[in-house]
Design a protein around this ligand. Sequence first.
Ligand SMILES: [Zn+2]
Length: 194
Amino acid sequence: MPADARPGHRVVYLRDREDGQRMKDVLYVHPPSYKGVEFHNPAGLPRPVVAGLPFPWVTPMGDSGPLFREVERVKAELCRRLWGCQVCGNDLDTTAWVALERPEDGSPVVTSAAIHRACLRLGVRHCPVLGDAANGYAFTEVFEDDITAVAGDGAQERAPAARWYLRSVADTARPDRVRTFLSVREVLEGPQVC
Ligand SMILES: [Zn+2]
């Protein structure tokens, strides 16, 4: 391993996308490898399949295999700042979906990032955290101004720079909008979008 790379702290740089998206390409100076081959994990669908699972764009590849329970910080921050999808790495549309700790205004957004409707279904189907009904998570469609970001205190190195919350609908540009909160089951049984 190069001297300037530690597991989970690979040296990267960002490049504008040739497809005109707001989201950037994340390029590894020292790419991780999987099964002896450099693993670049580019944005887009379909996702690469690793260990039988679709591999999210923000998930890090470690030296000894995929780190499904971790998030690559530089990519997660890009998603938060540029309204990008943490599952596929592409720009989000005018609306996107978030996972909430509770089905109500003011709830924390579970991962402080949003995802496409199709990517939400993929995540709920394959992620043992998002897809575990016992966690009581709820899923809702949001515009960017449905989210408020509260800066963290920087005390935890691995925490995001800002935590996301679902703003009260009365404080948004669409105060008369009625929010719909879906359960895990409703996401899985809803209309097929992918
Ligand atoms: Zn996506």
